[in-house]
Write a protein that binds this ligand. Structure first.
Ligand code: GLP
Length: 259
């Protein structure tokens, strides 16, 4: 059976459910993907074919397909149609170690490269002044990169560092932490805040996912041993690529809970 037949077979199965048509269609496509009846890269029949074969309106088909594109199940390529999305190999990332992107990927044997989105010296924003402890007359070095592992774009990272620590952001090689390490400024502690986000058009385009899909917004503030803040980084990670894992322990009697 080809992809179209698999979907229509699933649709016949679900037509007894009495659920709205667009939901039935959405579930049928999802089910066909989950059961492996249609796989990554398979083309979906055209909107017109689905509509006429299943005897439902094109508006209904479009609604179901758009939902699945938003959910990352399908991808749309302009001019060539709709396809089952490639399956992502998820990266499991510990939340207890202060490592760099380069180190994280190297440990997994993945190749790393970055596309520079911005690097330069700027007047600091109010946020940057507050977090990095800068005055309005000082400058901030901004380093923004698209981080790519094994040819898959995983994250967009926008780091801000005091220009007194990083006077020449152009001189960073492939790793920011390695560059900070050469001047004895590699952070030793960090506080990281992770929150859910829906990717906007520009970020989604860079990360090669559909606009509006789920992503993770991560803010890292890292410190030197002296307690001085060294890095303020705001990142957006692909939600389908990362699992952040934290180990939790029951505190023993008499042990303090420290923040
Ligand atoms: C991680 C952190 C960033 C940090 C980066 C440094 O991805 N989330 O806050 O700036 O590592 O990575 P690299 O040394 O590879 O540039």
């Amino acid at each position: 059976m080809n992809a179209a037949d698999q979907i229509f077979a699933m649709l016949r199965e679900s037509s007894q459910s009495g659920a709205p048509l667009y939901l039935q269609l959405r579930r049928s496509i999802e089910e066909a993907v989950n059961r492996g009846l249609i796989g990554p890269g398979d083309a979906l029949p055209s909107e017109r074919d689905i509509a006429s074969k299943a005897d439902i309106s094109r508006v209904t088909v479009r609604k179901a397909v758009q939902d699945l594109v938003k959910g990352g199940v399908l991808v749309q390529r302009h001019g060539s149609g709709t396809f089952v999305a490639p399956r992502m190999e998820r990266v499991e990332q510990s939340l207890s170690r202060l490592t760099s992107f380069t180190e994280d990927m190297a440990r997994r044997g993945m190749s790393v490269r970055s596309v520079w989105l911005d690097r330069g010296l700027y007047a600091p924003s109010p946020d940057e002044m507050m977090v990095l402890g800068l005055s309005s007359t000082e400058l901030v070095a901004r380093v923004a990169r698209l981080r790519i592992a094994n040819d898959t774009p995983l994250a967009i990272e926008r780091a801000a560092i005091s220009a007194s620590v990083l006077p020449d952001p152009e001189a960073i090689g492939s790793s920011l932490y390695a560059a900070l390490g050469t001047t004895g400024n590699r952070p030793v502690r960090a506080v990281q805040r992770i929150s859910a986000t829906n990717l906007g058009d520009a970020d989604a385009l860079l990360l090669e996912v559909s606009s509006g899909v789920a992503g993770l917004q991560i803010e890292r503030i890292s410190y030197l041993a002296s307690g001085k803040v060294i890095e303020f980084t705001r990142s957006v990670y692909r939600g389908d690529a990362y699992d952040f894992v934290a180990e939790l322990r029951l505190t023993g009697p008499g042990e303090e809970i420290r923040p």
